[in-house]
Design a protein around this ligand. Structure first.
Ligand SMILES: Nc1ncnc2c1ncn2[C@@H]1O[C@H](COP(=O)(O)OP(=O)(O)OP(=O)(O)O)[C@@H](O)[C@H]1O
Ligand SMILES: [Mg+2]
Length: 278
């Protein structure tokens, strides 16, 4: 059977700067993956390239979803193929309620109509799972949400859209320990034998609640090691030292997530491949 996602010798540049170099990996159903690596190693670049972000140019190599070559496909086609990315810095969408946003995304990705009543029921159910208060459905997407609330809203979106490959970019940052547990539980609930979850992180707290089957390590845009959960443990103890990196890996359980400068100055970035608001 074809892997859910197959990245083959992928080399990617941004504004003529080479970021990813000859990265190859395969993602299989039923598994949890951790994609680790120091700051700036290319983790977010890889996830955005997989989703078809227009700014990231594939110089060579291919991306396959379920055996189909999607290297040149647009972000919405990739979403329809069952790929989902929870962004490291989710966008605010003023004037659009979370409920309307999710329903539009659902209709677009699933290519099917759903009655408001049925959708609200589905939404309420999923929100309960994540301990998100009901009134959040009427709040504008991410407007005034805390770091933890934004992350939960992203997981809610994944629960509603039911993708095959779920990439969560630093879903753990900005969460206190209680919120982290709820999110980890939510991620566990997302997992079924036909899906794969890729957790991008350079922290370890979330890996106490979710044991990865496979750990990939990126450094300077190259995949430098693939291992089991013991590799994450080893990195927890020694940082990325063995890969020649002396970065101190801080544990961010109470870190406050803010949009970074890059995201602030990038208004042309699509807020999400699923952001089809009608
Ligand atoms: N839009 C962009 N324009 C210019 N350079 C970029 C852009 N996006 C990423 N880069 C560069 O690509 C490299 C990899 O960045 P990326 O965000 O993929 O790293 P990361 O592993 O996700 O880091 P972090 O752990 O800090 O989130 C960095 O040197 C970064 O500055
Ligand atoms: Mg990143």
């Amino acid at each position: 059977m074809d892997p859910l996602l197959h990245i083959k010798n992928l080399t990617v540049s941004i504004e003529d700067k080479n970021i990813l170099k000859d990265v190859s990996l395969e993602i299989e159903p039923g598994k949890i993956y951790a994609l680790m690596g120091p700051n700036g190693s290319g983790k977010s670049t890889l996830s955005k390239t997989v989703m078809g972000h227009p700014k990231y140019k594939v110089e060579s190599g291919q991306i396959f979803a379920g055996g189909e070559d999607i290297t040149a496909a647009g972000p919405d086609d990739r979403a329809k193929q069952g790929l989902f990315l929870s962004f490291q810095y989710p966008k605010t969408i003023p004037g659009v309620s979370l409920s309307n946003f999710l329903r539009s995304a659902y209709k677009s990705v699933k290519s099917e109509e759903i009655r408001v009543f049925d959708f609200k029921k589905k939404l309420k159910d999923k929100m309960e799972t994540l301990s998100i208060p009901e009134y959040f459905a009427d709040r504008h997407v991410n407007e005034g949400f805390s770091g933890g609330e934004k992350k939960k809203a992203e997981i809610l979106q994944a629960m509603i859209l039911d993708p095959k490959v779920i990439i969560m970019d630093e879903t753990d940052s900005g969460l206190d320990v209680d919120a982290l547990k709820i999110v980890a539980e939510g991620v566990k609930k997302l997992q079924t034998p036909d899906k794969a979850i890729i957790l991008i992180t350079h922290y370890f707290k979330i890996l106490e609640y979710l044991t990865p089957d496979v750990v990939f390590v990126l450094k300077d845009g190259e995949l430098v090691e693939t291992g089991g959960s013991e590799l994450a443990k080893e990195i927890e103890q020694n940082g990325f030292q063995k890969f020649g990196v002396t970065e101190v890996v801080e544990q961010p359980a109470t870190e406050v997530v803010e949009k970074n400068e890059e995201e602030k100055s990038e208004p042309e970035e699509p807020s999400s491949p699923f952001a089809m608001i009608d």
